[in-house]
Ligand binder design. Sequence first.
Ligand SMILES: NC(=O)c1ccc[n+]([C@@H]2O[C@H](COP(=O)([O-])OP(=O)(O)OC[C@H]3O[C@@H](n4cnc5c(N)ncnc54)[C@H](O)[C@@H]3O)[C@@H](O)[C@H]2O)c1
Ligand SMILES: O=C(O)C[C@H](O)C(=O)O
Length: 354
Amino acid sequence: MFTLRWGTQLSQKLHPYQRKRTDAVPSTGSQRTLKVAVVGAAGGIGQPLSLLLKHHPHIETLVLHDQENVKGIAADLSHIDTSAVVQHFQGPKKLALALKGSDIVVVPAGKPRKPGMTRADLLDANASIAVAVANAVSTACPGALLAFITNPINTIVPIVAEILKSKAVYDPRRLFGVTTLDVVRSKTFLGESIGVEPEEVTIPVIGGHAGLTILPVLSQCDPPFDGDEAERLSLFHRIQEAGTEVVIAKAGRGSATLSMAYSGARFVDSLIRGIKMEGGDEGVVECTFCESDVSEAKFFASPVILGPQGVKEHLEIPCLDDLEKAALKCLIPILKKNIEAGIKYGQSAVVCGF
Ligand SMILES: NC(=O)c1ccc[n+]([C@@H]2O[C@H](COP(=O)([O-])OP(=O)(O)OC[C@H]3O[C@@H](n4cnc5c(N)ncnc54)[C@H](O)[C@@H]3O)[C@@H](O)[C@H]2O)c1
Ligand SMILES: O=C(O)C[C@H](O)C(=O)O
C-alpha cells in the first residue's frame, strides 16, 4: 500500500551539533486536529502540495484558496479516501473567510520565474499578494503559523512582518520563509556524491533563498563530504543555482513545483509535529528564514527548534570553514539589502493603507 512517511523520516534528523536538551513544554493535546489553509492552491505548487497535505493524518480541515477557480481541485481531492475535509474559496473577497480559524497558513501564491529573471524580479508581481494575505491573517487567524513559499522570500517575509506589526499581531516565532527545498536539494546532491541514501544526509543550509545568499554548510554535512576543493565548489554552486537549473529546464513554463510541494509538505509536517510536541520531546529541527539575532541580518535562514508556538529556539549558526565564512561575509550585505527593500515596501504599504 502507498503510504506517505510523515514524521521523523521526512524531517531533518537532529544533527549532533544541534542536539540539545530542551525545556519541558506543557502538552498542547496531541489529539487536537488541525485546520491548514493553502493560498495559491490551484497553482503548480499549490495542487501537489494540497494533494500531499490531504494525506496528513493530523489535518482535519484542508482549505484551498486561489484567485482562480479551485472548486474542481477541491472536488477532485475530496474523493481521496483520507479523513481531511476539503473546503474551497475563490478570490480576494473570500480570503479572510477561507483563513478563519486556521492553525497553519501556507502560501504558494504568486508568479514564478521565467528564464533570465532573478527572484527579485518577482517582487512587483508578488509583494501585493503577500500584503493581502498578511492583512487577512491579521483578522482571520492572527495566531496561525504562517509559512511563505512565494518569492522573493528574502524580501516577502520582511514585508509580511511589517504588515502584521502594523496590526499589532506580529509574533516572530510564527512567521516563516520556507527554505526547505534548499535542504532537500542539498541532501539529494550530497547523497549522490557521497554514495548514501539522500534521506541519511543531514546538512544545514543557512542565509537566504536566492543565489549567493543560499549557504549550504558542506563542512557540517553528516555523513561527511570529503570531496576535493573543485568538487566542493561545484556542489556549492549547484545548490545555490538549483532553482535556476529547473527554471531553464522548464523553458518558460515556471519553476520548481513538485520538489517544492514535497518540501512544503515536509515543512508543514514539521510545524504540525512542533504544535503537537509533548513535554519532554526533543523538538523538531528545520532550517527556515525568519527573524532572529543569530546573524547580522534581521532575517536569516538557520536551524530552529519548532514547538507548539512556532520557533521554540534558534540554534547557533553552525561552525563554518574558511570557504563558508567567506560566503557568509559576502551574503550578509546582499541579504540586508533584500530585507531593507521588504521593510520599506511593507512600511509604505501600511502608510498607503493597502
Ligand atoms: N520558496 C521556495 O523554495 C520556492 C520554490 C519554488 C517556487 N517558489 C515560488 O512559489 C510561487 C508560486 O509558484 P508556482 O509555480 O506554484 O506558480 P503558479 O503560477 O503555478 O501558481 C501560483 C498560484 O497562485 C495563485 N494566485 C496568484 N495571486 C493570488 C492571490 N492574490 N490570491 C490567491 N491566489 C493567488 C494563482 O492563481 C496560481 O494558481 C512563485 O512565487 C515561485 O517563485 C518558491
Ligand atoms: O528558482 C525559483 O525561482 C523557484 C525557487 O525559488 C527554487 O529555488 O526553485
